[in-house]
Design a protein around this ligand. Structure first.
Ligand SMILES: Cc1ncc(COP(=O)(O)O)c(C=O)c1O
Length: 392
């Protein structure tokens, strides 16, 4: 085997995929004179609802806003418990705290990183009001099993689909048959990106209407309705809502990204193919499994190192990748180990041992549609070089 040669320039962990169409769409919106929430947001909401096959889509400024509004709209609050996974970004559980409810963690399946329905069932009490499964990394949580628990215990299902644009559950996009609410993120690193942005998708007309009003301070009419010809300056504040709405500059970017989705996904899969082929028989590495029911959106490429087969730790492995000019990340530092949660709930890492182990051995490799196959091969070679050098 030839000696590994370190490249000269840094490879970013993630970069947006920008074509001329995004630049043009944003310029058109800027020149149109209407930058706030207006016709482009309304159009994007329609397109996104059609794309996932849901009845309603409320465009928002983040997935965090969508997760929060889903709970607020259900009247979930103090005294209630909401079950979610500890292997997630803060937003999934912080929003439960924001409504005054208690987040209750259920451990994961170590093969996938997904919340385990068996663990969820153990955590259901007479205070439980909702379940927030995360479609971790782009895999779908086991929606039939979790849906059955919701039916049995009369619980609201709020899916965290931040990673799940293009994720399919039993052949259908995850937002296709929303039983409760499905929250998406269009943050800069996501498969469909517009810098910051999100959407709440549902088939429930009341939930959609409530979320829409709450997303603009609880105003009975948005500015587009008020300032348009024939609009009225008069409005009511129906409830003290939030400033969570999407706006037209975001929506014009998101709309173009949605139209480019199949091409962007094709290129993500090319990168994944390179990684899967390179890592398949390496004893120092453990690959993420995809459940049979699921089509992976490939938002993140999840690699786990096998500590017993290496003379270096996971953190050192990351340093070795950085020394080879490869930017990587970790998804996620288990949430129950974060000080906001240890202080409040007194958790120790071992309270959710599978999530903790996963989080301590995981490395997310660069995976984005603007990453070339050549760069993916470089990343794979860098990983293999480290395994060879420090393997035992
Ligand atoms: C699992 C998960 N849920 C929610 C969010 C929040 O998304 P946003 O940044 O759009 O609020 C993220 C963000 O990365 C996430 O990874």
């Amino acid at each position: 085997m030839s000696e590994f040669k370190v490249r000269d320039n840094w490879m970013a962990f993630c970069l947006p995929d920008i074509s001329e169409a995004e630049v043009q769409a944003v310029s058109d919106t800027i020149r149109s004179g209407w930058w706030a929430k207006g016709p482009r947001t309304i159009e994007f909401e329609k397109q996104f609802a059609e794309y996932v096959g849901a009845k309603y889509c409320v465009g928002l400024n983040s997935c965090t806003a969508a997760l929060h509004l889903s709970l607020v709209a259900q009247g979930i609050g103090p005294g209630d418990e909401v079950i979610t996974t500890p292997l997630t970004f803060a937003a999934s559980a912080n929003t439960i705290l924001h409504v005054g409810a208690t987040p209750v963690f259920a451990d994961i399946d170590p093969d996938t990183g997904l919340i385990d329905p068996v663990e969820i069932e153990k955590k259901i009490t007479n205070k439980t009001r909702a379940i927030v499964p995360v479609h971790y990394s782009g895999l779908a949580a086991d929606l039939d099993a979790i849906g059955a628990l919701c039916d049995q215990h009369n619980l609201f299902l709020s899916e965290d689909a931040a990673h799940a644009v293009e994720t399919r559950y039993k052949g259908e996009l995850v937002g296709h048959h929303p039983r409760g609410a499905v929250s998406y993120s269009f943050y800069a690193t996501k498969n469909l990106a517009c810098g910051e942005g999100g959407a709440l998708v549902t088939d429930d007309p009341e939930l959609a209407a409530k979320a829409r009003v709450l997303s603009t301070h609880g105003m009975s009419a948005g500015s587009w309705n008020r300032y348009g010809k024939g609009g009225s300056w008069r409005y009511d504040i129906e409830e003290p809502g939030y400033k969570y709405n999407m706006f037209d500059i975001q929506a014009s970017l998101a709309g173009v990204q949605l139209s480019r989705m199949s091409d962007m996904q094709r290129r993500r899969f090319q990168v994944v193919e390179v990684y899967e082929e390179a890592f398949k028989d390496v004893p120092q590495l453990r690959l993420q499994k995809t459940p049979e029911y699921c089509h992976h959106s490939r938002h993140l490429y999840i690699l786990r190192i096998v500590a017993e087969r290496l003379t270096i730790s996971r953190d050192q492995f990351i340093e070795e990748l950085k020394a080879r000019n490869v930017g990587v990340s970790v998804h996620f530092i288990a949430l129950h180990t974060m000080s906001a949660y240890t202080k409040r709930f007194g958790y120790t890492p071992e309270d959710f041992p599978k999530a903790y182990d996963f989080s301590e051995s995981e490395i997310s490799l660069p995976l984005y549609s603007s990453l070339s196959v050549e760069d993916a091969k470089y990343v794979a070679e860098a990983v293999l070089d480290i395994c060879k050098k420090f393997g035992k």
